[in-house]
Design a protein around this ligand. Structure first.
Ligand code: UDP
Length: 480
C-alpha cells in the first residue's frame, strides 16, 4: 500500500425544505460548493426534481447530482397530490406539511446510511434530520435561510422577551444585548413571538436540533451584517460560516443567456426594461408566497399610479376573485409606464437591469440579498416571519431603504397599507434629493462589497474554503 493516499473528494449532501425561498438558495449553495471541487448532492422529493434538474443542467457541472426521496402514501398525509411542490407548499397547512415531511425519516436514513456523505446541510425546518445525522456520525450543518441579524434578534427576543413588558402593540422596546440599539414594537413581530402557537413547538425542536449540530451555514456576507455574525457566534455558541450571497453564483453568462431567453419568451419584460432610462423603474415583488386581498391590490395600484414612476409589478392573485379591474382598467391605463407580471418573474435579471432604480420588497431574506447584490435601494414592506427584522437591517443598520409603514397582521387580521403611504415611500426611494442620492450611493457600494465577497479571496469565498478544509480534516473526529 502506498504511503500517500490521494485526497478524497469531499461529498456534501444538501437537504432543502421544499418552499421556493428555501430551495432556491440551497441549490445555489450546492452549486457554489461544486465550483470549489466538492461533490454536491441535492436531496429532494418528486415534485421538485424537474426544477432541481434544470438548475443542475444550467450549472453545467459534473459535481452536482440529485437524489429523490419517495413520498409517503397519500393516505398517511391527507395532503393533495403534488403537495411537495416548491411553488405551492407554502400555502398548505404548515402542521400537516410538517407531519408529512417527517414521514421521510425512514427513506432519508436509508439514503444517508447507503451513501455516508462527509456532511449534511439540512434546512432548519427539518430538525429530525439531526437524529439521523447523529446516529450515522455525519456532521450536520443547519441552513436557516435567514441572515445573522435576524437570527440574533429572534434568539434575543425568545431569551429576554421584552415584548411581554410593553402595554400596547405600538409601544417601542429595545431588543436587549445587540451591538446597536434596535427598537421594535409587538406589531412588528411574527405571531410565535407574541402568542403560543403550534409553531412554537417546532421552534423548540429546531433549537434542540441546533444544539446537536456541528454548526450553521449562513447565506450572507460579513461586510453586510457588520457585527452580527460575530455576535451570533457569541450568543448562540455555535460555529458559523458565512458563504453568500449565494444567488451571485448565477452571474455567469450562460445563466444570463438562458434565463433571459426564457424570460423574454414569457412576456418580454427585459426587452421592455431595455426601452427605459437607467434607474427609472421600480420593481415590485412580494416573494413566492404572499397573496394580497383585492383591497390591498387596489391600494398598491393606486399608489403606483400616483407615484408617476415606471414599474414592473409581480402580482400573485391566483384564483383571487374580483381582480378583473387589474387587467381591464389598471393595466390599460398604465400601458407603456407599467408592466404587470402574473406568476414567476426572473427577479435576479430584473434587479440587475440598469433601468431598475428601486425595489419594493416584502423583505424575504433572499430578496433582500438579491436587492443588495444588485445595488438597488429598497422600499420595505414586511409581511410575516423574519421580514420585519430584515426591514430593520435594511432601513436602520444599512440605511439603504425606506419603510412603507406596514405592520405584521395578527391571526385572521387584515392589514391594509394605504396608497398614500406607498406613493410617499416610492417617491423617497426613486426621487431626487440629497438623502435619496446618499441612499442610492450606499446601496451601490454595498452591492459592490457583496459581489466581492463571493469572488476569489473575498470574505465568503474564504469562509467557504475554511469550512471545506475543516470538513476534509475533521469528519472522522466528528463522527466519534
Ligand atoms: N422569486 C423569483 N420570481 C418571483 C418571485 C420570487 O425569482 O416572481 C425568487 C426570488 O428571487 C427569491 C425567492 O424567489 O430568490 C423568494 O425568496 P424570499 O426569501 O425573498 O421570499 P419568500 O418567497 O420565501 O417569501
Amino acid at each position: 500500500m502506498g504511503s500517500e493516499a490521494a485526497p478524497h473528494q469531499l461529498r456534501m449532501f444538501f437537504f432543502p425544505y421544499m418552499a421556493a425561498g428555501h430551495l432556491i438558495p440551497m441549490l445555489d449553495m450546492a452549486k457554489l460548493f461544486a465550483c470549489r471541487g466538492v461533490a454536491s448532492t441535492i436531496i429532494t422529493t418528486p415534485s421538485n426534481t424537474a426544477l432541481v434538474t434544470s438548475a443542475i443542467q444550467r450549472a453545467n457541472s459534473n459535481s452536482i447530482s440529485l437524489l429523490c426521496l419517495p413520498l409517503p402514501p397519500p393516505a398517511d398525509t391527507g395532503l393533495p397530490d403534488g403537495w411537495d411542490a416548491s411553488a405551492s407548499i407554502g400555502r398548505l397547512d404548515f402542521q400537516s406539511v410538517h407531519h408529512a415531511i417527517a414521514l421521510l425519516r425512514g427513506p432519508l436514513h436509508h439514503l444517508l446510511a447507503g451513501h455516508q456523505p462527509d456532511c449534511l446541510i439540512s434546512d432548519m425546518f427539518l430538525p429530525w434530520t439531526a437524529d439521523i445525522a447523529h446516529e450515522l456520525g455525519i456532521p450536520r450543518l443547519i441552513f436557516h435561510g435567514m441572515g445573522f441579524f435576524s437570527l440574533c434578534v429572534l434568539h434575543l427576543l425568545e431569551r429576554y422577551r421584552p415584548q411581554d413588558n410593553v402595554s400596547s402593540n405600538d409601544e417601542p422596546f429595545i431588543v436587549p444585548d445587540l451591538p446597536h440599539p434596535i427598537e421594535m414594537t409587538r406589531s412588528q413581530l411574527p405571531t410565535p413571538l407574541k402568542t403560543n402557537t403550534d409553531f412554537n413547538r417546532l421552534l423548540e425542536r429546531m433549537h434542540e436540533a441546533e444544539a446537536q449540530s456541528y454548526g450553521v451555514v449562513v447565506n450572507s456576507c460579513y461586510e453586510m451584517e457588520l457585527h452580527y455574525a460575530e455576535h451570533y457566534t457569541k450568543i448562540i455558541g455555535k460555529k458559523a460560516w458565512c458563504v453568500g450571497p449565494v444567488s451571485l453564483c448565477n452571474g455567469s453568462t450562460t445563466y444570463d443567456k438562458v434565463e433571459r431567453a426564457s424570460a423574454d419568451h414569457h412576456g418580454g419584460c427585459l426587452a421592455w426594461l431595455d426601452s427605459k432610462k437607467p434607474g427609472s423603474v421600480l420593481y415590485v415583488c412580494f416573494g413566492s408566497l404572499t397573496q394580497f386581498t383585492t383591497s390591498q391590490l387596489r391600494e398598491i395600484a393606486r399608489g403606483l399610479e400616483a407615484s408617476g414612476r415606471a414599474f414592473i409589478w409581480v402580482v400573485r392573485a391566483d384564483g383571487a376573485e374580483g381582480v378583473e379591474w387589474l387587467s381591464e382598467e389598471f393595466e390599460e391605463r398604465s400601458e407603456g409606464r407599467g408592466m404587470i407580471i402574473r406568476g414567476w418573474a426572473p427577479q435576479i435579471l430584473i434587479l440587475n437591469h440598469e433601468a431598475v432604480g428601486g425595489f419594493l420588497t416584502h423583505c424575504g431574506w433572499n430578496s433582500v440579498l438579491e436587492g443588495v447584490s444588485a445595488g438597488v435601494p429598497m422600499v420595505t414592506w414586511p409581511i410575516f416571519a423574519d421580514q420585519s427584522f430584515n426591514e430593520k437591517l435594511v432601513v436602520d443598520v444599512l440605511e439603504i431603504g425606506v419603510r412603507v409603514g406596514a405592520r405584521i397582521a395578527g391571526e385572521g387580521e387584515e392589514v391594509v397599507v394605504k396608497s398614500e403611504k406607498i406613493e410617499r415611500a416610492v417617491d423617497w426611494v426613486m426621487g431626487s434629493g440629497e438623502e435619496a442620492d446618499r441612499r442610492r450611493t450606499r446601496a451601490r457600494s454595498l452591492g459592490e462589497v457583496a459581489r466581492r465577497a463571493v469572488e476569489d479571496e473575498g470574505s465568503s469565498f474564504k469562509d467557504m474554503s475554511r469550512l471545506i478544509e475543516e470538513l476534509m480534516l475533521a469528519p472522522k473526529r466528528v463522527r466519534e
